[in-house]
Design a protein around this ligand. Sequence first.
Ligand code: NAD
Length: 482
Amino acid sequence: MAADAAHTPSEGRTDGERELARLFALQKEAYAAAPFPSYEERIANLNRIIRLTEANEDAFIEAINADFGNRARQETVIAEIVVTVSGAKLTKKNLKKWMQPRGAPTPLHMLPARSRIEPQPLGVVGIISPWNYPLQLALAPAIAALAAGNRVLIKPSELTPHLAETLKAAIASEFDESVCAVVTGGVETGQAFTETPFDHLLFTGSTAVGKRVAEAAAKNLTPVTLELGGKSPAIIDESADIETAARSIAHGKMLNAGQTCVAPDYVLAPRDKVDATVDAIAAAARKMFPAIDTTHDYTSIISDRHFARLKSLVEEARDRGAKIVEIGSSNALYPQRKLPLTMIVDPPADAAVMKEEIFGPVLPVLPIGSTDEAIAYVNKGDRPLALYWYGESDAARDKVLEKTVSGGVTVNDALWHVAQENLPFGGVGKSGIGAYHGETGFNTFSHLKPVFYQSRFASSALLHPPYTAKTDKIISFVRKIL
Ligand code: NAD
């Protein structure tokens, strides 16, 4: 089957757009010729991902470091290399089971038929990845899509050009481009990508761009998974040990300098413990990063634009009278774009820092009177991508879990639910649509096709017209046994 010519950007204006159209047509044709890769072929593709990730580890570390200005090597190893390889290995271990047809019980009145759900590849999958974890967020969805038997095109962010080129070369060294390839280019290529009639499109990025992606994909009725952002709260309960919570929050907020979709965006602390919380977070931050200007451990802000945006969030809150607590040397600011952890104590409710996703090491700390107040505060805003709760009271924890809706939750730590590959990862409401990781990822990129195997002893013909008194008798019998 050829690509849908009416919707394919065949007359792309830029090199990126032309390359996209060529690769998409090629993959569509390859899919039509071989729509159901075997278990062995899929395992071989997962091995290719593992090999290219491990073989290019140093090149990826260097490329990401160049893109950020400074990115801690260990952060790249943990959050890009290890996470990707462990996701691929877990997928390999489970793939045979996931590929199996799944039984579905057949109701009594339909016996002796059998029913099954048979996973089937969708075809050609598009992946648009952001700059913040540019390797992991390109390869983790690719792992799921390839495991499900699809062909994959990846469009990395233009803000990480070194990584994009390194990834493109690494993928080309292992994969035939009819199976998996990278398309690079700017926003025009991104737009053309979203207008391409993929069989599924996974986008990771901001909520604002996510809306445009969904709009463009809707024109082709391309199903989308949108992995977006939002304001993820960290709630410290009365029953929490403040030092333990503070260490976790400081780490969650300073990893990758807060440029993490699931970083704690703000803290809700018991009213009488706000000062103790701020002091404990400051102490934890100083211990992890005693000198942010000289250490390679602390990651830079990705661009001057994002740096200026974060500074202006702080300045607006300062101008409006909020207390600002900056942890680290202001010598660090330029040229490395290292922004110290900056806490904003009790900013006005309508300050910009409380209205938009922060996505950097700026941390509002708000006093809260009770668990109910914390729940009400969270529920006033859009549904967050992540929620963190710290404490020892099971009753307070369960109340928060029951009465708030967020993409995912880690209790008594930050970030870790994302690394647990057997848990689905995704947002809800404005923080995203759909999910992946582990079996959920396999299902996302599969058509779970219901198949009803009728029996040759079936009596369904008894319900065919012409309708008679006998038909009515059969209907009333069936209604009795339902
Ligand atoms: P972004 O939305 O600016 O860009 C994401 C990708 O979309 C990039 O590849 C970019 O080139 C492309 N793009 C930009 N404009 C486009 C358009 N009009 N049409 C098609 N593609 C376009 O996001 P970002 O700044 O790269 O990443 C930060 C955001 O991503 C934050 O909001 C963060 O929370 C979110 N994020 C979410 C997750 C998650 O898994 N839920 C993970 C990481 C980041």
